[in-house]
Write a protein that binds this ligand. Structure first.
Ligand code: C2E
Ligand code: MG
Ligand code: MG
Length: 240
């Protein structure tokens, strides 16, 4: 599925996040919250994660063939995928195979992922950045991030975790965390993307804080491919 990422200042859709769904004949559409952890424990995340990159690139090519341009698609990467240089070959191969540019994709890694095996991870992230691929830290503020390490990461974006956005208007601590994170990110030259924006009040609050991009049910739930195309056609023509 794909969920839109909207530019706060203009309301334009600038990107999408690819979110894995498992369509099981018995259980229906199963959330990755339920199976990613198991895939990580069993090592299946490796082939599954490779498939996600490959399949997302194939779908980006299809979107372009359907007239959708100028949209960047973010792909979630798990810690195990960042342990091998294979990831570089895979990304390079998938981009080449579907005739895509590095700007067509973005990779999201969680804070805790980025902090595992710092040396290998940093080297792989550096090589991805050198290829021109945008990197984002997902769920920012929920892990045990070292700011000393963060400043060495070749990232362009921080994604403010949904848990801080949820009660931003009612919980003074959450509001303070959002304010401080946005200020910290901006002073490090990073863009901020807020996750889980569900209400107009949350949008207005985050806009006042200068948050660059917004993502959440206020705009759309994650959608399957055809619905995404329809959404983009409607919204790229007339930004809301
Ligand atoms: P994430 O990357 O932080 O993705 C955001 C999650 O928040 C998604 O859950 C999305 O559906 C949900 N969400 C977005 N907006 C709202 C909102 O306004 N309200 C609420 N309540 N929820 C919102 P989802 O799709 O269930 O994915 C859960 C997690 O699974 C993702 O968190 C990500 O860490 C992981 N995941 C998803 N796809 C992949 C994948 O392809 N590879 C890997 N390694 N992990 C994935
Ligand atoms: Mg994500
Ligand atoms: Mg997240």
């Amino acid at each position: 599925h794909f969920q839109p990422q909207v530019h706060t200042a203009t309301g334009r859709v600038l990107g999408l996040e690819a979110l894995l769904r498992w369509n099981n004949p018995t259980f229906g559409s199963v959330s990755p919250m339920r199976f990613i952890a198991i895939a990580e424990e069993t090592g299946l995340i490796q082939p599954l994660g490779d498939w996600v990159i490959w399949e997302t690139c194939r779908q980006i090519r299809q979107m372009k063939q359907r007239g959708i341009e100028g949209i960047r698609i973010a792909i979630n990467i798990s810690a195990q995928q960042l342990r091998h240089e294979n990831l570089l070959l895979l990304v390079r191969g998938a981009l080449a195979c579907y005739e895509l540019q590095p700007e067509d994709i973005e990779l999201e890694v969680t804070e805790s992922t980025a902090m595992q095996n710092p040396e290998t991870t940093l080297s792989i992230l550096d090589q991805l950045a050198a290829m021109g691929i945008m990197l984002a830290i997902d769920d920012f503020g929920t892990g045990y991030s070292s700011l000393a390490y963060l400043k060495h990461l070749p990232i362009q974006r921080l994604k403010l975790d949904r848990s801080f956005v949820k009660d931003i208007e009612t919980d003074a601590n959450d509001a303070a965390i959002c304010t401080a994170t946005i200020a910290l990110g901006h002073s490090l030259g990073l863009e901020l993307v807020a996750e889980g924006v569900e209400t107009e009040e949350q949008r207005a609050f985050l806009a006042r804080l200068g948050c660059d991009m917004l993502q959440g049910y206020l705009y759309s739930k994650p959608m399957p491919f055809e619905a995404t195309i329809a959404y983009l056609k409607a919204h790229l023509a007339t930004p809301s």
